[in-house]
Design a protein around this ligand. Structure first.
Ligand SMILES: [Fe+2]
Length: 94
């Protein structure tokens, strides 16, 4: 997610925080296991809590900052889509 404006209006992307890293670990663990496994339900529940918390942070903190900054979200979305296409193209060619 965009984190902080740079000069010239470009944005950089922040590193994932510990909770997000843990969420990625949990997703990997869940994908590599079965619902019959011990702790499967607990991992899914914790992942849901991580996602809920993340959404609350974005809606409660990030969105108000973006509104206040009067950010060009359409233009930013276009930049992100363009950059994503570049990255995906590199992955396809690699
Ligand atoms: Fe997010």
């Amino acid at each position: 997610m965009p984190s902080k404006p740079r000069s010239g209006g470009a944005f950089y992307f922040r590193r994932p925080n510990r909770r997000e890293t843990s969420a990625k670990d949990l997703i990997a663990q869940i994908e590599g296991s079965s619902p019959a496994d011990d702790h499967y339900d607990a991992k899914v529940k914790v992942l849901g809590e991580y996602v809920d918390h993340h959404v609350q942070e974005e809606e409660g903190e990030m969105f108000p900052k973006v509104r206040k900054a009067k950010l060009d979200t359409v233009g930013l979305g276009e930049q992100i889509a363009e950059r994503k296409a570049q990255i995906m193209q590199k992955k396809v060619l690699a």
